[in-house]
Design a protein around this ligand. Structure first.
Ligand SMILES: CC(C)[C@H](C(=O)O)[C@@H](O)C(=O)O
Ligand code: SF4
Length: 415
């Protein structure tokens, strides 16, 4: 009886048989990702280690997203340093400013494939689990080791199964499921475990929704968050996949633990400052005055998210500063074609260039002290979006409904 994680890590490490949870394996990485924020440190460690050439320039993926375009000389200098290194190393998959958030670009470009072992120098690399991969984040020194050898050690994690049944009510989405689960399990509820989302409600989610769900896995400490692949996965990857792949699945009864959910009655949820597990129904906090509404990031900056927001904002005007940042150029182009951007701009929203935007408080859209932002992102700890700012995490529908009221609002409930 083995889980997806055991099967992927066993295959990648050439294990004879099946590696059990708790065992340490040394595994070969299928694709490694580092962005403008983390590549510099990784490159410097790589050099300090005396390494000269990356193990395989076709397996290193470098998207620029954290501070794009550069906001000052320091960022510009660091970006140039990484750009030069990528050229010198013949890195074939280098995506400069404007392509989008790493966790959106990486799948769009066909690197997130079922059954693969994917590592990113960014904590939200667990997003790739939406495709049935084992995706996980590592620090810069681990990435330096991967650059040079293409291998890394892993402790094979136990798996927590989260089975979700029921049909989502209107204006309730994957973000609300994820927040509900994190609220219940806690920010450390899955530390070093793999989390596998299964059941009819998960099968019913789009790839975009599955990415949102897996993206938030690390917010409960998970090493990886995985949705078993299916036909939707194949369909999404058609024409994108960089290499042939094989879907792998967990055997029955292979989870260490399982939680069961029915989301039929689930209301829109919000994580209030300063913890991602400080989750409550939006209805409990409705009416709280907001200064800024932000729709974007690797959590919720996809077409489906922008579309949900546009559906709510169409023909109306926002009452709070509203910032929309498409997760990628592809998302931006699709949203332009469908008139979504037009709708958002007419409603009073600003559109930023594809990237992380104010998500980590380093670029445009940071908050003043004491300001309140309702955001589709994934973190709300003190200072996350600017010193003294207060971040409420919610779905695109909740953020759009709140932008209209200038107050935290339940989507679909008109006042
Ligand atoms: C800058 C990077 C290391 C960081 C991460 O790993 O998550 C960032 O993307 C974030 O969301 O805080
Ligand atoms: S959008 Fe936010 S959470 Fe995602 S990679 Fe960028 S900074 Fe990190």
């Amino acid at each position: 009886m083995a889980t997806i994680s055991q099967k992927i890590l066993s295959r990648a490490s050439g294990y004879d048989g099946m590696a059990e949870p708790g065992e340490i394996v040394e595994a070969e990485i299928d694709y490694a990702m580092s962005h403008d924020g983390t590549s510099v440190l990784a490159i410097r460690s790589f050099r300090e280690m005396g390494s000269e050439k990356v193990w395989d320039p076709d397996r290193v993926v470098v998207p620029y997203d954290h501070i794009v375009p550069a906001n000052n000389e320091t960022a510009a200098d660091l970006q140039r340093e990484v750009r030069n290194w990528a050229r010198e190393q013949n890195i074939s998959h280098f995506f400069d400013c404007g392509t989008g958030v790493c966790h959106q670009v990486f799948p769009e470009q066909g690197f997130a494939l079922p059954g693969t072992l994917l590592v990113g120098a960014d904590s939200h690399s667990c997003t790739y689990g939406a495709f049935g991969a084992f995706g996980t984040g590592v620090g810069a020194t681990d990435m330096a080791e991967i650059y040079s050898a293409g291998r890394l050690w892993f402790r094979v994690p136990e798996t927590i199964g989260i089975k979700v049944e029921g049909r989502l009510a209107p204006f309730v989405s994957a973000k609300d499921i994820a927040l509900q689960v994190i609220g219940d399990l806690g920010a450390d509820g899955a530390t070093y475990k793999a989390v596998e989302y299964i059941g009819p409600a998960i099968e019913g989610l789009s790839i975009s929704g599955r990415m949102t769900l897996c993206n938030l896995g690390v917010e409960m400490g998970a090493k990886a968050a995985i949705v078993p692949p299916d036909e939707k996965t194949d369909e999404w990857l058609r024409g994108r996949a960089r290499q042939p792949y094989t879907q792998v699945f967990s055997d029955p009864d292979s989870y260490q633990q399982q939680y069961d959910y029915d989301i039929a009655e689930l209301e829109p949820q919000v994580a209030a400052p300063f913890r991602v597990d400080n989750v409550r129904p939006v209805s409990e906090l409705a009416g709280l005055k907001i200064d800024q509404a932000f729709i974007g990031t690797c959590t919720n900056g996809r077409l489906e998210d922008l579309e949900a927001a546009a559906g709510i904002l169409k023909g109306k005007k926002v009452r709070a500063r509203t910032l929309v940042i498409p997760a990628s150029r592809e998302v931006l182009l699709d949203a332009l074609k469908r008139g979504i951007i037009q709708t958002l701009v007419e409603a009073g929203a600003m559109i930023g260039p594809p990237g992380c935007g104010p998500c980590l408080g380093a670029h445009m859209g940071v908050l003043a002290e004491g300001e309140v932002c309702v955001s589709t992102s994934n973190r709300n700890f003190p200072g996350r979006m600017g010193k003294g700012g207060l971040v409420y995490l919610a779905s695109p529908a909740t953020v759009a409904a709140s932008a209209l009221q200038g107050r935290l609002a339940v989507p679909g409930v008109s006042k």
